[in-house]
Ligand binder design. Structure first.
Ligand code: C5P
Length: 218
């Protein structure tokens, strides 16, 4: 999808992912999560306002596309991986804000899942691991900026730093679960260089502007 004015911008090319993914069990049921997409959309809006050529890759959400942003809609993690690979090819930065489902059903049934028809009181659903989009694309990122997100309960600092190293990101934005589906959040921005910045109880637009600065000031 193109957006008016996108091609005339001269700033860095930025890719932002947002929202949940859906992993279908059958034509009408899926595994997903509570992500609203607000943080990713706020980053895309802030990036476009800062003059970046911004591509927003979004899972299913009910938000309007910010002005000047090119939007690509996807449903599953595997679709998101393909879209991110393509968009990141010529980009300068990736903000991997989407709440990607870690697992998907091993099979997607063509018709409705009729497990209860047999009268059983317990069934199991076999799940397989989804690709880790961030880790996959960060492997060949070179000098490009890659920012990941982590939602941890408790302090989570050590786990977030380990995640940053394991996935190869330059920064990890550490959230707690109060950020989910909310307009405000408290985040810690952890850098690979050991830096740490705290933004407590801020609107997501303000957090987004701070994150976009990481790219624009580079
Ligand atoms: O491991 P965890 O899900 O906590 O990592 C969160 C970070 O990794 C986020 O930036 C998220 O977008 C990204 N991620 C991913 N692919 C997955 C799972 C998470 O890119 N399959």
């Amino acid at each position: 999808m193109s957006s008016p004015g996108w091609g005339r911008r001269r700033g860095p090319r930025v890719v932002v992912t947002a929202g949940p993914t859906r992993e279908y069990v059958d034509p009408v049921r899926f595994l997903s999560n509570e992500s609203s997409g607000r943080m990713g959309f706020a980053i895309a809006r802030a990036a476009a306002r800062a003059g970046c050529r911004t591509t927003l890759i979004s899972g299913p959400v009910t938000l309007e596309t910010p002005g000047g942003v090119r939007r690509v809609d996807v449903v599953s993690a595997r679709e998101m991986l393909a879209a991110v690979r393509e968009a990141f090819e010529g980009a300068d930065a990736l903000y991997m804000c989407a709440a990607v489902a870690d697992w998907r059903p091993a099979r997607r049934l063509a018709g409705k899942w009729r497990a209860k028809d047999g009268g059983s009181r317990r069934v199991s659903l076999e799940l397989v691991r989804n690709p880790d989009i961030l880790a996959t694309v960060a492997r060949r990122k070179g000098e490009r900026l890659v920012v990941g997100f982590a939602l941890e309960t408790g302090s989570g600092l050590r786990r977030a730093r380990a995640k940053m190293a394991r996935k190869g990101a330059d920064y990890i934005v550490l959230n707690d679960s109060s950020a989910l589906n909310a307009r405000r959040a408290s985040v810690r921005i952890l850098g690979r260089d050991g830096s740490r910045r705290e933004l407590a109880d801020q609107g997501k637009d303000r957090i987004a502007r701070a994150l976009v600065k990481l790219c624009v000031e580079r």
